[in-house]
Design a protein around this ligand. Structure first.
Ligand code: BGC
Length: 445
């Protein structure tokens, strides 16, 4: 039976959240609109037309919610700062009520003996900046740097653990290439310019934190998925390597000073060459103290010539009759171990933290309880994979479960439940699920 103490006494255990997914008060207390406020109002983009106006009402309930983090036995609370709550127009005018709110959240963590980890950007770009081109526009870097500076100067005395970006590949691909997330843009031109400005932002953000926050522990996060070729045919193997290049290497390699990846793939090679001059390579590099990995699924891909550029197609877990979550994402803890190993093999990474991992299931509140045994089994398997990697000498220093409570799951709205705590979105009544109690017990041992 796996125990928390097997991971060592200095291992950090936490839960992760994000502002737009939990806060609510989306148009109150001086906050400006974010791209997700705008996007969710567009019909058809979010399942069942769900809106994030109220979400989990964390804005008003942070005291009780942080108490829940403590009650479950975690020592770290990861949350993000809503950029438009602090700077309603993206830069310039500062919203004092927003400043106060995050002081309150931080103070609450510190009073409860929890270590706050702040994510600077978890996808809620100010709409005012999107109106000027968002991540595709050159000016975004100046605005982002000003935002980082405000956060670092305001909270740097109290908070030492920082994450610059949440999953850069996630928001650039879903939001600027596929158009299924905010701001709903599509196409390769949008994607590649968003990628470049985002990669600059991750390194610039690190440098600003280093300069402004004494004793800072600075990281950034990446989504990661082992990419498995459907067959061992050359076409499938090459298709898998193209997907791996985008999903796993695109942002970490420039940060490590390796420039953009892309040998053997014309489209990426063209982008890499034009954006990897000495001037770019240097600016894209930052020596992070830790790298956050976030894993939800492996990806099986096969060659498909009808798909433009990528020429690869996902083979779904369901069609392969493999175990999967309510999102249709394959449950495969061995592949989690292997992708950790892939990242750990970059010699320049000092240490890794699992900054998100978790699963959505169709939870039901019956007689005041939610018995989510599948989620417990999921965590057991995935934690065993982390322990195995750690046991083999990979320097993994912490694990954060996704997520504290059911919340606004982006394009899925409130339908996909990932929480350790069940939320009734009508009453905002929180109910600890069996998995929450399982964590409470696990963390005691
Ligand atoms: C994101 C979270 C999201 C989770 C589950 C991660 O990609 O950082 O915001 O809720 O995945 O989809």
């Amino acid at each position: 039976m796996i125990k928390a103490s097997d991971f060592g006494s200095d291992f950090s255990w936490g839960v992760a959240t994000a502002a737009a997914q939990i806060e609510g008060a989306s148009d109150q207390y001086g906050k400006g609109p974010s791209i997700w406020d705008t996007f969710s109002k567009r019909s058809g983009k979010i399942k069942k037309g769900h809106q994030l106006v109220t979400a989990c009402d964390f804005y008003h309930r942070y005291h009780e919610d942080i108490a829940l983090v403590k009650l479950l036995g975690f020592s770290v609370f990861r949350f993000s700062i809503s950029w438009p709550r602090l700077l309603p127009y993206g830069d310039g005018l500062v919203n004092e009520e927003g400043i106060r709110f995050y002081h309150n959240v931080i103070d609450e963590c510190l009073e409860q003996g929890l270590t706050p980890y702040i994510t600077l950007y978890h996808w809620d770009l100010p709409q005012a900046l999107e109106d000027e081109g968002g991540w595709t526009a050159f000016g975004i870097n100046t605005a982002f740097n000003a935002f980082v500076s405000v956060c670092a100067k305001t909270y740097g005395d109290k908070v030492k653990n920082w994450l610059v970006l949440n999953e850069p590949f996630g928001f650039t691909s879903l939001g600027y290439m596929l158009g299924v997330h905010a701001p709903g843009k599509t196409g390769l031109t949008n994607f590649f310019s968003a990628v470049h400005h985002t990669a600059i932002a991750q390194a610039d953000g690190g440098r600003i934190l280093r300069a402004e926050v004494s004793g800072a522990n600075i990281g950034t996060t990446y989504s990661c998925s082992e990419v498995i070729p459907y067959t061992q045919s050359d076409a499938d193997v090459l298709a898998a390597s193209r997907v791996d290049c985008l999903m796993n290497r695109l942002f970490i390699e420039p940060a490590l000073g390796l420039g953009y990846p892309g040998e053997e793939w014309e489209v990426m090679e063209k982008f890499s060459i034009s954006h990897s001059t000495w001037r770019h390579t240097e600016r894209l590099t930052f020596d992070f103290d830790f790298i956050g990995l976030q894993n939800y699924f492996p990806l099986t891909v096969k060659y498909n010539g009808f798909i433009p550029v990528l020429q690869a197609w996902e083979v779904k877990a369901k069609s392969m009759k493999k175990p999967h979550t309510a999102m249709g994402w394959e449950v495969n803890a061995d592949s989690f171990y292997r992708i950790i190993k892939q990242f750990a093999s970059y010699p320049k990474i000092k240490n890794l933290m699992i900054t998100e991992n978790g699963a959505a299931y169709q939870d039901k509140l019956i007689g005041g309880t939610v018995d989510d045994q599948e989620r417990i089994e999921y965590f057991k398997l995935y934690l065993a994979a982390v322990l195995k990697a750690k046991g083999e000498g990979m320097n993994i220093t912490g694990y954060m479960a996704w997520t504290l409570m059911d919340n606004f799951e982006w394009a899925e709205g409130y339908n996909a439940r990932f929480g350790l705590v069940y939320n009734d979105f009508k009453t905002q009544q929180r109910t600890i699920k069996s998995s929450g109690y399982w964590w409470q017990d696990f963390l005691k041992k």
